[in-house]
Ligand binder design. Structure first.
Ligand code: ARG
Ligand code: ASP
Length: 688
């Protein structure tokens, strides 16, 4: 009897209700989701989450820099984000004498906090649907150029108008659902943001690239900043007289921890997703683009690894480059595998067949076929361009040569950039990369995308290898002293350097011809998507469509949960300090923890200290640093990654595999206390 009832309940529930964890929702439309959130355990109201009339959680969430999220945790502007989000700033303050990356940094008082020129924190003031205002004057039947013109003019007028409301506002008008709607976002931008604390990288980046995108995870991925404002609490340029920013709202920190099944809510700024594209697009990503880019990057990483393992100095030079090449490399593997495992192309095709049937005789008739034929035109150009980016632009000397020529042309100084380039340059890696990558380009890319100069050189030298030897011998860009001695009088000689000539031959073909063709096709594709998006919404009127991510504030809710990565394996969703000690190995760079952490562990009693946890929230790149909130609205963690088996969530969400990875906030407290000895920071926090 009971069984039948459950079965019945399952049948009655619409499909999208079963995957309640999917979705990145607009805060201003939270009233449409709040009931479902509450059904899942959330105890706050819609107004508590987003309000323009009263203080709400949104006032404590910030866009950190231009690609991460952060959260305010005190009424004196104390701000938390990831270590990998603060990394560049921590690095800028580091030198041989003060290596804050290696040793960590802890301000012991306000006047030890370090300013970060260029770093901003943007706080959303409000968002609103401005579709009507943006499309004012547009009439159906007008040309697309005319529509674009109207949208641009109206948006600019809106931005100017709203910008007058106050200083330091950044106003954006963004299309949602491929331009079926337009939203206005008003941010206040704070530009005095100081570094307060960061753990040593051996904690903040523990596990490095080995553990990146993986579970079990033990990374203490946090850093601490403070927002400063003028005496009027408004944004101000850095000044000693500035005072800590008093926000309308800050997060209370929960010390109660998490357990499987607990409600979780990630409030942050995911960058870019495409959930509503056709089977052709998914097929291209999963079966063509990802696998080919993975293969190219595997070759590059192998070359770097070979030389890094032979020399400590090279390892240091290339660790950050290696990290950035491998980050997407690993993500694409999960994305492609996920698309294949989920049969997404087939299920999208089946969906498209039903859509086609439904669309007969409507304005959406023929739309899917139109999109598919546009992809057929786009894909060869797109793929060639991806090859160009992944091969030619991976050759460091070509990039450096072009940048140097530009500096010379514009009369900019060369010293700093040249020193920085050679500090982290190891020529044998670049030479091997040159041969391997240009070889791949030559083999894989159709003739029409090969610059004449490229073909001539290969046939003149007889092989890429021989060409490489000659180019690296002749180019002045391998010689630091020569580059430092260049002046604008040398521009002619620079222009005939082989590294410049090669770079420019490619640049001419790709940045001009190929890109302009791509821009044109992409415009047509986007236009077709505007209709297809609208069509999908009419085709499935009962389904709630969340807009694709665009680096604006979103809400994703789910719960703490492990997953099964493979048959016979089940992951528990919580990791502890015990796991760090198990991984600890002074011989392995990624796993070599500070002695202080070993000592604390040896004292006993910290085995169960929580470190990270998994949940089912739908997140993406940009969600790094996002507050993870419990059912009471209190801070339980800081989001920093996803598991690689679920990275296809930017295209298709699989509740069985998609998990976000968060730092347990209690690990942050533990590190502040035991490693940073900066418990004074707790005085300004509010705990529950
Ligand atoms: N996977 C994280 C996110 O995409 C980045 C973590 C940075 N750490 C690293 N080892 N690369 O961006
Ligand atoms: N690590 C990513 C970030 O830096 C988050 C993700 O892709 O899940 O934003």
């Amino acid at each position: 009897m009971k069984k039948t009832l459950i079965l019945l309940a399952l049948l009655i529930l619409p499909l999208h209700e079963l995957v309640a964890d999917e979705g990145m929702w607009l805060p201003s439309l939270i009233s449409q989701r709040i009931e479902d959130m509450q059904k899942n355990g959330f105890r706050l109201t819609a107004e508590d989450v987003y309000s323009i009339n009263q203080a709400s959680l949104k006032d404590a969430v910030v866009l950190f820099g231009s690609g991460c999220t952060g959260e305010i945790v005190s009424d004196e502007g104390l701000l938390l984000t990831n270590h990998h989000c603060g990394y560049g700033y921590i690095q800028k303050h580091s030198s041989v004498e003060h290596d804050y990356l290696k040793d960590g940094f802890w301000a012991m008082s306000r006047n030890e906090e370090l300013p970060n020129p260029g770093l901003t924190v943007s706080i959303l003031q409000r968002m609103e649907d401005v579709t009507e205002a943006v499309l004012k004057g547009y009439k159906p039947g007008m040309s697309e150029e005319k529509r674009e013109e109207i949208v641009k003019k109206n948006s600019e007028a809106l931005i100017e108008e709203v910008g007058k409301e106050g200083q330091s506002l950044r106003v954006r008008v963004e299309p949602l659902y491929y331009g079926n709607q337009y939203f206005l976002f008003v941010f206040k931008v704070y530009r005095d943001v100081r570094l307060v604390g960061a753990p040593p990288s051996s904690i903040g980046k523990f596990g490095g690239d080995t553990d990146n995108w993986m579970w079990p995870r033990h990374t203490g991925d946090f850093s601490i900043f403070r927002i400063y404002a003028g005496k009027d609490n408004e944004p101000a340029d850095y000044s000693e007289d500035n005072v800590p920013y008093q926000s309308k709202k800050s997060f209370r920190i929960s010390r109660s921890g998490v357990k499987p099944g607990d409600f979780t809510f990630v409030y942050g700024c995911p960058g870019s997703t495409k959930e509503y594209v056709t089977s052709e697009d998914v097929s291209y990503v999963g079966y063509v683009s990802d696998p080919q880019k993975i293969a190219l990057r595997t070759k590059r990483l192998d070359i770097q690894k070979k030389y890094m393992s032979q020399s400590q100095a090279v390892r240091i030079q290339y660790s950050s480059k290696y990290a950035s090449v491998s980050n997407a490399w690993k993500k694409w593997q999960g994305e492609s595998k996920g698309i294949i495992r989920m049969n997404t192309v087939e299920s999208k095709k089946a969906y498209e067949a039903r859509f086609r049937e439904w669309a007969k005789g409507t304005r959406y008739d023929g739309l899917v076929d139109r999109l598919n034929s546009l992809y057929a035109i786009r894909n060869p150009y797109f793929l060639a361009n991806e090859y160009y980016t992944e091969t030619v632009r991976a050759i460091e000397i070509l990039q450096f040569a072009a940048a140097t020529k530009e500096r010379l042309t514009n009369g900019k100084p060369l010293t700093e950039a040249t020193e920085a380039f050679f500090k982290d340059y190891y020529q044998p890696i670049d030479e091997d990369t040159f041969t391997a990558m240009l070889g791949e380009f030559d083999e894989q890319v159709p003739e029409e995308f090969k610059p004449a100069y490229f073909k001539e050189q290969i046939s003149a030298y007889g092989s890429i290898e021989a060409w490489k030897d000659d180019l690296f011998r002749k180019s002045i860009f391998t010689d630091k002293a020569k580059v430092l001695g260049l002046t604008s009088a040398d521009l002619d000689a620079v222009s005939s350097d082989p590294a410049i000539k090669l770079g420019e031959a490619f640049n001419d073909l790709f940045s001009k011809d190929v890109r302009s063709k791509l821009t044109d096709i992409n415009r047509q594709i986007n236009l077709a998507y505007r209709d297809y998006m609208k069509g999908q919404m009419e085709f499935e009127p009962e389904k709630t469509f969340y807009p694709d991510a665009n680096l604006t504030l979103r809400i994703a809710y789910g719960h703490v949960q492990g997953y099964s990565p493979a048959d016979g394996v089940e992951y528990f969703p919580v990791s502890t300090l015990k796991g760090i000690i198990e991984k600890d190995d002074p011989e392995i760079f990624d796993y070599n923890i500070p002695q202080a952490l070993r000592d604390i562990y040896a004292e006993g009693g910290h085995e169960a200290q929580p470190v990270c946890f998994l949940a089912t929230n739908h997140t993406s790149g940009g969600n790094s640093g996002s507050p993870v909130i419990n059912a009471d609205g209190d801070l339980i963690g800081i989001n920093f990654d996803r598991v690689w088996e679920g990275t296809m969530s930017d295209i298709v969400f699989d509740p069985a595999f998609c998990r976000n990875i968060s730092l347990d906030i209690r690990y942050l407290l533990f590190i502040i206390e035991h490693i940073g000895h900066a418990s004074y920071l707790f005085d300004e926090m509010d705990f529950n």
